[in-house]
Structure formats: C-alpha cells, structure tokens
Ligand binder design. Structure first.
Ligand code: SF4
Length: 362
C-alpha cells in the first residue's frame, strides 16, 4: 500500500503535465475493475504489515521487520460470515500480500469457493524472470484470482526493478489475468517519464488517487499533490471495509500502521479479535453515517452542510473553503471537530431520510 488513499486503486490516468490535478481524485468516470462493485460489498484485508521493501511513501510503514499477520482462519471465517452481509468483492493487500505465496493462494481459493470476486495488490517482487513471473501468474489465476494490481513508481524502484514489474504485467497478459497498475508520481519528472515509458502506461493506463496523510512520510508528496475544497471532492473509493493485520476493522481502507486518526470516529468498527466478526459487520451495516460515506461524495455533503441551519455558519466559515488532499482527510476533520456530535446526528438523519437501509444480505 502506498501513500495514496485507496480503492486500492483510482481513476485511470494518463501522463502529461496536468495528470496530477486531473487524476488525483476518484470520480464517476473511473473504470477500473474495483469500481464495478459498490463500496458496501467490498472488503480489503491487509494480510500483513510485513514487506520485502520499505518505500519512503508507504502508508502502512511496512518493512521486512514487521511481524503482524492476520491468521488464515480469521480471514476464512470473515469471508464466510461476510457473505451474509452482502460482501462479494475481496482484495488482499498489505504490506506485500504475496510474500508467502502458498498462504495467499489458499486464501484466494477459499474466497473464490465462497463466491467472491478476488483481487490482490503486489509490489511484483516475484517477477525476477519471465519464466518465474509466468508460472506464478498462472498459479494465481488457477487459484481463482480475478485481477492483480501491481505497484510501480519511483518510491518502489530502490527495491523492485522495473524489469520485474514489466515481467509481471506481461505474465498477467499472457495468462489472461486482469492487471491494473497503481502508480504514484514522484518528484523527479524525468524518472516519472521513464517509468511511464518503460511500463507503457500511456497506452495501458494507470491508477492514482488522492494523497493520504495517515501514518506515512508524505512531506515530499505534499508539495505537488493537489488539495481541493470540499465542493470539489468526489472520491468515495476509500470508503469500504478494511481489516488491519492486527484484526482492527475500519469503514475506510486508508489503514496505516497505528490508525490513531480513526480512533473515536465512525470509521472505527472494532476488532475481530475483541468484539468478533459478526459485531464488526453488524456495526458497519447498521450505521447510516457509514452508508452515507460509502455512497455520497463530500461534494454533496458539503452542499447540504453549507445550507443546514444548525451548522452553516460554523461550516461555511471553517470548513467549506479549506482544502483537503482526500475525502478521508475531509471526513476526519469533521469527526475530530468540536461540532462532531451534532454533525454526526445531522448526517445520520439525512441518510435515514433519503435512503432505505440495506438488508443484511442485500
Ligand atoms: S511495496 Fe508497498 S507495502 Fe511494501 S513498503 Fe512499498 S509501498 Fe509499502
């Protein structure tokens, strides 16, 4: 997982001077495979915080020394129970979710056997030769994987060569596995252009996203990622269920290493190891505010709050003209404000008025 707030992926991009401002936030024109699934049907499992790389921009601060992993039985139980809550898309991420390949292959098979569409991120470390990449891509496909999202950018390069990524892309194409590239621009435009050229991203497309400020070193990225006022934030790609390698669950997949920013907010759903899987899923399904975040962009919420008699004076003077890197940052600002209880009440009422709660097995 890199520093980009996540679907895990975003709108297809193209590489020219304006791509950051045009493509750094999700909008309705996105056509990556993960956008074919409504947010309330999706689960992202961060299988581990461990990774064989340690990229400077990593949202989860992953590295080879991290020890946290979800247990296989935890993931399988979650997949089983979550079908009763309408889940049918699963994505494995991390850390590097394919670090222990047999473990990942077992989970892909278990998810597929339960009717999920199954996807995985990877940093493409396993693409050392064309032959090896082809063999592993075939194993992934045979296990039931529907699509792979390799990451490639300047931050990964000290650890993962472009040749490996190229081999993985070619192997996916050869075995008929959907392959969508997660790309994060770096500060060196010459290097960016080289990566785009070598991976043929102009023709192939890539996915990028708004900048996530959670947990990682983003000072470099802050200077050239765009910020937007709430009326221009259309991204809801991150607003689906994420499970951390410690078993903590969030109604947002921008999961970091400590997740302190989510504490005490509606994003925090509890732990499968403390509260249990049913409790977490019931909390997610039962909160109208989570439904609102999954279905409604900050731009629409902004229009409502800026005209709401209870909040408009405060909102218009403090929030409406501020700029945010992502929808997650906007929501966290509301949830940590001294108006949070009133805001949550107002927005829950809004959702209940405008929507029919989903059935538990919608
Ligand atoms: S490869 Fe991905 S998970 Fe690993 S350190 Fe880099 S950004 Fe983080």
């Amino acid at each position: 997982m890199n520093s980009l707030s996540s679907c895990d992926e975003e709108k297809p991009g193209r590489f020219d001077g304006s791509f950051l401002t045009e493509n750094s936030n999700r909008n309705e024109t996105a056509d990556g495979v993960c956008f074919e699934y409504p947010n309330h049907t999706k689960i992202d499992f961060l299988l581990t915080y461990q990774c064989n790389a340690s990229c400077a921009h990593c949202i989860t601060s992953s590295n080879p020394y991290r020890k946290e992993w979800l247990e296989k039985e935890e993931v399988i139980s979650f997949l089983e129970i979550a079908r009763n809550y309408g889940k049918h898309y699963v994505s494995f991420t991390g850390g590097e979710p394919l670090l222990h390949l047999p473990f990942a292959l077992d989970l892909i098979r278990e998810a597929k056997a339960r009717g999920y569409a199954v996807f995985s991120d990877t940093n493409a470390y396993w693409g050392g030769s064309e032959k090896k990449a082809l063999s592993i891509a075939q194993e992934l496909k045979d296990a039931g994987l529907d699509g792979l999202f390799p990451s490639a950018d300047a931050y990964h390069l000290p650890f993962i060569s472009l040749t490996k990524v190229r081999n993985v892309i070619d192997a996916c194409d050869a075995v008929g596995l959907t392959c969508e590239i997660n790309y994060c621009p770096g500060p060196d435009h010459t290097l960016n252009a080289q990566i785009v050229k070598e991976l043929d991203l102009e023709a192939r497309g890539f996915f990028s996203d708004g900048l996530s400020l959670n947990g990682n070193d983003v000072e470099d990225l802050k200077s050239y990622f765009p910020k937007r006022i709430p009326a221009e934030l259309h991204d809801i790609g991150s607003m689906h269920l994420g499970v951390s390698p410690r078993g903590d669950c969030f109604a947002n997949v921008d999961i970091s290493y400590d997740n302190k920013e989510f504490e005490g907010t509606p994003f925090s759903l509890g732990s499968i190891r403390r509260e249990g899987i049913e409790e977490v899923l019931t909390r997610e399904a039962g909160d109208p505010l989570i439904r609102l975040m999954q279905e409604t962009s900050p731009a629409i919420v902004d229009a409502h709050l800026s005209a709401d008699p209870e909040h408009q004076e405060w909102y218009n003077s403090l929030i409406a003209t501020r700029e945010y890197y992502s929808s997650t940052e906007y929501w966290l600002e509301l949830f940590h404000s001294d108006r949070k209880e009133g805001l949550k009440r107002t927005l829950r009422d809004l959702q209940v008025k405008n929507d029919t709660p989903r059935g538990m097995s919608a």
